[in-house]
Design a protein around this ligand. Structure first.
Ligand code: SPD
Length: 289
């Protein structure tokens, strides 16, 4: 057994024990896959847990479904990051005609295909999918009025993913979206990654008319309570009623293990301390790392 885990805060570390199945240094990051007795296969990038076989649904469903269920029709979607394919799989469930997935590190896709194929469940080979290996921020900047949804599935705001929290990136994402389009991003732990949360909220607020944070649970992420943000220049995502969400999920043939129509309405009702963070966030444009 090998120990792995994350340093979460001063005096706080998570420690897992598992078998190391794969380890390499890619041009962008250290990439490891472990086999854990409870969580199954675990993808770790630069020492940060990205996803596990047993709780990936908690994260991927809650990243994708609220935003996409708010759209009457989903035609073209852009995913930034998401090399394991779990986000892609949930996006495809909404019936888009085309999905572009822009992942900077090709090795993440290749290693996940080999070691954790059940997370993507064939999505990476779907004919509607165009895989682009490259810098997500550069790719977004080359597109205008092109997507109904942009889903940002990056790592923490350090290393190659730091730019995905920047003012410039959100501004070009706004231009790449169609007028009724929606952006959604993971935005870190509201308990342990306050800088990250504030940076996402502040910078999104500078670029979009409506920014709605929401929280849910991911057992293997620091603090378990995890945040996401939707941003639109049209109707807020939370305005879609549970009834409409229920009908859309049925029409699209989507079955879930975490997300449901009632959660859609409730996740946007934030705990008081998160409302307070939002109310006191000054827009900023400086990413770490
Ligand atoms: N602390 C790690 C946050 C990672 C968020 N993205 C994970 C990618 C899984 N598809």
């Amino acid at each position: 057994m090998t120990e792995f885990g994350e340093r979460i805060a001063e005096g706080l570390r998570t420690v897992y024990e598992g078998e190391l199945l794969h380890s390499e240094q890619t041009p962008f990051q250290k990439l490891e896959v472990f086999e854990h007795p409870h969580f199954g296969r675990v993808l770790v990038l630069d020492g940060l847990i990205q996803t596990t076989q047993s709780d990936e649904f908690c994260y991927h469903e809650m990243l994708v479904h609220p935003a996409l269920a708010s759209l009457e029709r989903v035609e073209r979607v852009l995913i930034i990051g998401g090399g394991d394919g779990g986000t892609l799989r949930r996006v495809l469930e909404h019936g888009p005609s085309e999905v572009v997935m822009c992942e900077i590190d090709e090795r993440v896709i290749e290693v996940c295909r080999e070691y954790i194929p059940d997370i993507s469940a064939g999505a990476l080979d779907d004919p509607r999918v165009q895989l682009v290996i490259g810098d997500g921020a550069e790719f977004v900047a080359q597109n205008e009025d092109a997507f109904d949804a942009i889903v940002i599935d990056g790592s923490d705001a350090v290393g190659p993913a730091a730019v995905l929290f920047s003012d410039a990136f959100y501004k070009s994402s706004g231009r790449a979206l169609r007028p009724e389009g929606v952006l959604v991003s993971q935005s870190g732990s509201p308990l342990f990654q306050l800088d990250e949360f504030r940076m996402a909220f502040g910078n999104l607020t500078r670029s979009f008319d409506t920014v709605e944070p929401y929280v849910s649970f991911v057992p293997t992420y620091p603090g378990v309570l995890w945040s996401y943000m939707t941003a639109t220049n049209g109707k807020p995502v939370s305005f879609t009623s549970p009834l409409v969400v229920r009908v859309r999920l049925e029409q699209r043939g989507i079955s879930t293990r975490f997300y449901n129509a009632d959660l859609h309405a409730s996740v946007f009702s934030l705990p008081e301390f998160i409302r307070e963070i939002c109310a006191t966030t000054v827009p900023t444009s400086v990413p770490r790392g």
